[in-house]
Ligand binder design. Structure first.
Ligand SMILES: Cc1cc2nc3c(=O)[nH]c(=O)nc-3n(C[C@H](O)[C@H](O)[C@H](O)COP(=O)(O)OP(=O)(O)OC[C@H]3O[C@@H](n4cnc5c(N)ncnc54)[C@H](O)[C@@H]3O)c2cc1C
Length: 392
């Protein structure tokens, strides 16, 4: 049984959903559980999505993309989240969808021609290196330095949580070109690069983590890595501002992923509730089983509407910071509850790998923390929408 069909409220959007579903359906729970258990990157899935041309859904047509909006990309990501691949499948392709937006917006024509077609075709794999051990939510604290030396910058420092670095050829890298103490604003003095992740100078160590094992996250140690000046995106010192441009679409895509994942967990719970017999009747006859599932349906549906609203505002060029953040907040909470309830509904079997809901739970937890935590979203809304003092 399928829980509501999500954002796809026009024929074109439904066609995107159906096409993505037919790709995802080739990779079942057994495939993903195996990848999770073996900590293996899902190359087959990544290629299938790339071959369909989907990595370029929101990229300009001039470079081989489809030139569609965040709304359409959200439909795609929701459907990937709803598949057996869950958050791992989303994370396999996530950065390709909007992670290179800074290049689209601030790159030169030559950079776009050189870089975007290969990302869209899946020939190049990119990762995103922003977070550092002492700079998570407070990006202004990054210490990785980029020091100009003729026609190169020399990168020295350490990043953490760089997802897919094991497979990546390229990295979108944020580094300080001006020390924090010499900047007028803490968010000044950071510069963005898109460059080769050169293993001669970058040591990559996988982080052992709770879930989403098919997609690695890593510590990356940069030891005087030379980066050509031509790999700098936009102007020196404005990197943080360029990253801000893609924050709202990223929140929206993240929300869409969460809703898809929530729908899948809820579908599994409903199916089990309607089948498992205890005390001579289906457990789904008990309101203590029914009500949390019905409540979760309402939460997922509401989050879906907020996500669609935020996506349509963004695509119409309207401000959407509060809506994008609220969508991420609501959706991450809804998927967390969906997974929690799916496990409880399955009883002891919810804890067994066989029913997959424990894998979903482990993966959904990450959406509470990254790329932005629920606390930071509430801080933002309290300040911007309620006019309360800034607390961060
Ligand atoms: C699975 C996974 C994949 C990731 N992939 C990438 C990636 O590819 N590239 C990348 O650069 N990063 C990545 N990250 C990093 C992620 O973006 C950070 O973990 C996230 O930004 C949070 O930063 P932090 O972990 O340092 O938390 P911290 O900044 O240390 O915060 C810790 C806690 O304190 C709370 N807190 C802090 N300040 C306040 C405040 N003022 N008010 C209220 N609460 C506060 C936070 O909400 C949080 O709960 C990934 C993380 C995970 C878990």
């Amino acid at each position: 049984m399928k829980i509501f069909e999500g954002l796809a409220n026009t024929e074109e959007r439904a066609a995107i959903r159906d096409a993505i579903r037919s790709i995802c359906d080739q990779f079942d729970d057994a495939y993903w559980a195996d990848k999770d258990q073996k900590h293996e990157f899902p190359f087959e899935f990544a290629s299938a999505i790339a071959e369909g041309g989907w990595l370029g859904i929101a990229m300009p047509e001039e470079f081989g993309g489809a030139g569609l909006g965040v709304t359409e990309a959200s439909i795609m990501m929701q459907e990937i989240g709803r598949s057996a691949g869950y958050f791992a499948a989303c994370s396999t392709v996530h950065i390709n969808i909007f992670g290179l937006h800074a290049i689209v917006k601030h790159g030169t024509q030559a950079q776009k021609e050189a870089w975007l077609p290969d990302v869209i075709s899946g020939k190049t794999r990119a990762c995103f290196g922003v977070t550092e051990p002492d700079a998570g939510l407070d990006t202004s604290r990054i210490k990785t330095r980029a020091t100009r030396d003729g026609d190169h910058y020399i990168i020295k420092g350490q990043k953490i949580w760089t997802s897919t670095a094991q497979q990546a050829d390229k990295v979108v890298l944020l580094a300080r070109t001006t020390p924090l103490e010499d900047c007028v604003k803490p968010t000044d003095g950071m510069t963005l690069f898109y460059t080769n992740l050169d293993r001669k100078y970058a040591e990559i160590r996988e982080i052992r983590k709770m879930g989403r094992h098919a997609v690695n996250s890593n510590q990356v140690f940069y030891d005087n890595m030379p980066v050509p000046v031509t790999d700098r995106i936009g102007e020196e010192g404005k990197g943080f501002r360029y990253i801000l441009d893609s924050l709202n679409p990223e929140r929206i895509l993240n929300a869409a992923e969460c809703i898809g994942m929530g729908r899948r967990a809820l579908e599994k719970a409903v199916a089990y509730a309607d089948e498992r017999v205890v005390f001579g009747r289906k457990i789904g006859k008990n309101q203590s089983i029914q009500h949390p599932l019905a409540e979760n349906w309402s939460e997922l549906y509401a989050a879906d509407l907020m996500t669609l609203h935020a996506a349509e505002l963004y695509d119409a060029g309207q401000p959407c910071g509060a809506q994008a953040n609220a969508a991420k907040y609501l959706a991450a909470d809804a998927v967390f509850k969906a997974c929690d309830r799916a496990i409880r509904t399955h009883g002891g079997m919810g804890y067994a790998a066989e029913y997959h809901v424990e894998r979903y739970f482990r993966e959904a937890m990450a959406t509470q923390l990254a790329p932005v935590s629920r606390e930071m979203i509430l801080n933002f809304i309290a300040e911007r929408e309620l006019g309360l003092p800034k607390s961060y």
